[in-house]
Design a protein around this ligand. Structure first.
Ligand SMILES: [Fe+2]
Length: 263
């Protein structure tokens, strides 16, 4: 019984090939049984010992099909199917510098893009508990240094991020530029956030930057969402650092999704 279960467990490339070619289920079942009986005969007259089974498992990633069972086209397809199987990656010592619990960090802007570098970080809290949330997820997106949004699958200036077990998140990007939506309808530089956490309403909001002159003309600007911009010199270049803590409302669903927050 154990031997039969072990044989059933072995990955059957003939079965995979039949599945790919959408052969009717009844035919598939019959071919599979024939294949296994043939393998049993070939390995030990219908009885595989543990040593034989181990040798079979060690011999490769799949069983060799019995001769005469597949036509030419099927053999060629099976050969390409076997080539798709990849060997497992070897292990190596993790070395003396490894430690568990590296920080959660993200990068929202694409590599080598133009713009003023910026790091945004903060902590996510529950309004009821006043404690950091341990499982918060963020989605972040913003315009580039010319005020343009990427809308293709590359997802430039967009990222999904995880906060760590203390609710902390951090990402690197560039300072977004302003843009115009229509006559007398401007958007000052901002970063969009959508934050989700278990037991809390998903929050859709935006981050604004203190000192930006465009905010007086921004019809979606909110004073409470404006954060100070700290400027640091790093190897002769200026780096902007912005702290944006977020407080979530208990419940389910989306907290608030008003017209305009998608801009
Ligand atoms: Fe926007």
């Amino acid at each position: 019984m154990c031997v039969w279960l072990a044989i059933c467990w072995i990955r059957n490339p003939v079965q995979e090939l039949r599945n790919k070619r959408a052969v009717p289920p009844r035919t598939l079942r019959l071919m599979s049984e024939v294949s296994r009986r043939s393998v049993l005969r070939g390995v030990g007259g219908g009885l595989i010992g543990l040593g034989g089974l181990q040798a079979l498992l060690n011999s490769g990633s799949a069983l060799t099909p019995p001769s005469g069972f597949l036509d030419v086209e099927e053999r060629e397809s099976l050969a390409s199917l076997l080539q798709e199987q990849r060997p497992m990656t070897p292990e190596r010592d993790r070395g003396p510098f490894a430690f568990l619990g590296a920080p959660y960090r993200g990068k929202v802007s694409p590599a080598m893009c133009s713009g003023k570098p910026m790091v945004v970080h903060g902590q996510i809290f529950g309004h009821d508990s006043k404690q950091p949330l341990t499982d918060a997820r963020l989605e972040v997106w913003h315009a580039d240094a010319a005020g343009q949004y990427s809308m293709d699958k590359r997802g430039d200036y967009r990222a999904r991020l995880l906060a760590d077990e203390s609710g902390y998140y951090e990402f690197e990007t560039i300072h977004p530029f302003q843009y115009q939506l229509g006559p007398n309808r401007w958007r000052s530089p901002h970063i969009h956030f959508m934050i989700a956490a278990s037991g809390y309403k998903t929050l859709v909001t935006q981050l604004f930057f203190d000192g930006d002159p465009m905010q007086d003309d921004d019809f979606l600007f909110r004073e409470e969402l404006k954060m100070p911009v700290e400027r640091r010199q790093v190897e002769g270049k200026e780096l902007e650092v912005v702290k944006f803590d977020i407080v979530m409302e208990p419940g389910t669903g989306i907290k608030e999704l008003r017209f305009g927050e998608v801009f």
